[in-house]
Design a protein around this ligand. Structure first.
Ligand SMILES: [Zn+2]
Length: 115
């Protein structure tokens, strides 16, 4: 049996994709929804990880950084795929033991990253 815990976050950000031939070329925004999953053994206290620890890391490394920002200020080509990769690196660096992230760009479209 494998146990994983997931916490969700959301942030608002604007971007534009200059290479895009459709409407994504224009400046627009999204309410991004982020799911961060940590998998691991259930420890002595009966938890995989403290949800509060996940919240602290992700709010510091992701939400505080990108909320209400213009994503093109952070990267040249802020697709959901490349933004998710940046988020993965930031969360991974915090030694959270992340096993999956999902970044929802719209209510029906997400990017998923696993190791
Ligand atoms: Zn977009």
């Amino acid at each position: 049996m494998r146990t994983s815990v997931t916490r969700t976050f959301s942030f608002e950000a604007a971007h534009q994709l200059p290479w895009h031939e459709g409407k994504c070329r224009r400046l627009h925004g999204h309410t991004y929804r982020l799911e961060v999953t940590v998998e691991g053994p259930v420890g002595d206290h009966g938890i995989v990880v403290d949800f509060a620890d996940v919240k602290a890391v992700v709010e510091r490394e992701v939400v505080d950084r990108y909320d209400h920002q213009f994503l093109n200020d952070f990267m040249d080509n802020p697709t959901a795929e490349l933004l998710a990769a940046e988020i993965w690196k930031a969360v991974e660096a915090a030694k959270l033991g992340v096993s999956r992230i999902r970044l929802w760009e719209t209510p029906d479209s997400f990017v998923e990253l696993t190791p």
